[in-house]
Write a protein that binds this ligand. Structure first.
Ligand SMILES: Cc1cc2nc3c(=O)[nH]c(=O)nc-3n(C[C@H](O)[C@H](O)[C@H](O)COP(=O)(O)O)c2cc1C
Length: 302
């Protein structure tokens, strides 16, 4: 096993740095570029069966330590997205298709179409805080239904993206695992809001949105720690506020087998190589051979 290689069930990645859904991977050429810039894998923008225009503007507000967004899952629909994905997959880019739907059947249909297009796995977005799909990930029964139905319909690995906007994230994680999830991604954005004090109006077109970036990092680390501690056996992909290699290391120590980067791309693509270089340097300095020697070590220290 090479230095930064990581295993997510049956998925093997050259390195643990994955592009989070929604921020960059919208076209085949874009996905190829992200892979060329060093990403271990790329998650697409969340895709629904039919195209979706998204929420009214403004959809993004900058805060002192992150972004508040309520994009409303704008996407061209699976027909067009699967054409883009196929372009990247043909070139060997490890693409994960992010799936959402307004019914269990829609989740199944979109996942099947992504599979046909050649993705290495699907990530079920049951956690978007400003869309109805977010309600699925707050409910054990609905989580089970959606995950089970998709699992029964595709052969590729099914990854389930969890929301922090629940009382007990471990409970939902265990339910997703019971339904057959091959891996879990945590976390999606944290519900938030901003008001323009000059006018008294909520700033976002959809009023309430999801917070990402450095502000949510401690929440994400806690969520991963709790999921790992609950005894979940499937791998966890950590996401939320990672801006440098030390943040990435913290997520691995909490129990993540890979990490995703979203908001930090505002500072440029170089973050991918910087994280890989930092992790490699840390491993060499501490005479570590594989990432498995780091994953979850915080649990042994307590
Ligand atoms: C502008 C924007 C759009 C996003 N769109 C999606 C999306 O389509 N699907 C999804 O699962 N997550 C989406 N997310 C959430 C990210 O994938 C990620 O879970 C979250 O931003 C936390 O990571 P970060 O702090 O590194 O950005 C979006 C985030 C941002 C900032």
């Amino acid at each position: 096993m090479s230095f930064l290689e990581t295993i997510l069930g049956s998925i093997k990645l050259e390195n643990p740095v994955i592009i989070a859904s929604g921020v960059l991977a919208t076209t085949g050429e874009g996905m190829k570029l992200l892979y060329e810039k060093g990403a271990g894998a790329v998650v697409t923008k969340t895709t629904t069966l039919n195209s979706k225009p998204g929420n009214p503007n403004p959809t993004i507000v900058s805060t002192p330590s992150g972004l508040l967004n309520s994009m409303g899952l704008p996407n061209p629909g699976i027909e067009e997205m699967s054409r883009e994905v196929a372009v990247a997959c043909r070139e060997g880019v490890p693409v994960i298709g992010s799936v959402a739907g307004f019914s269990v059947n829609e989740f199944v249909e979109v996942a099947k179409r992504f599979e046909e297009a050649g993705v290495i796995g699907v990530e079920l977005n049951i956690s978007c805080p400003h869309e109805k799909v977010g309600l699925i990930g707050q409910d054990c029964k609905l989580t089970y239904q959606v995950v089970k139905a998709v699992k029964n319909s595709v052969k590729i690995p099914v990854i389930v993206k969890l929301t922090p906007n629940v009382t007990d994230i471990a409970e939902i994680a265990l339910e997703a695992e019971k339904a057959g999830a091959d891996a879990l991604t945590a976390i999606n954005t944290v519900k938030g809001m901003a008001i323009d004090v000059n006018t008294g109006y909520p700033i976002l077109g959809a009023k309430i949105g999801g917070l990402s970036g450095p502000a949510i990092k401690p929440i994400a680390v806690r969520c991963i720690y709790e999921i790992y501690e609950s005894g979940v056996k499937v791998p966890i992909i950590g996401v939320g506020g990672i801006s440098n290699w030390r943040d990435a290391l913290e997520f691995l120590m909490a129990g993540s087998s890979a990490i995703q980067i979203g908001t930090a791309f505002m500072k440029g693509y170089q973050i991918i190589e910087k994280i890989k270089k930092g992790l490699t340097g840390y491993m060499k300095k501490n005479k570590l051979q594989t990432l498995t020697q780091i994953i979850g070590i915080a649990h042994k220290r307590c």
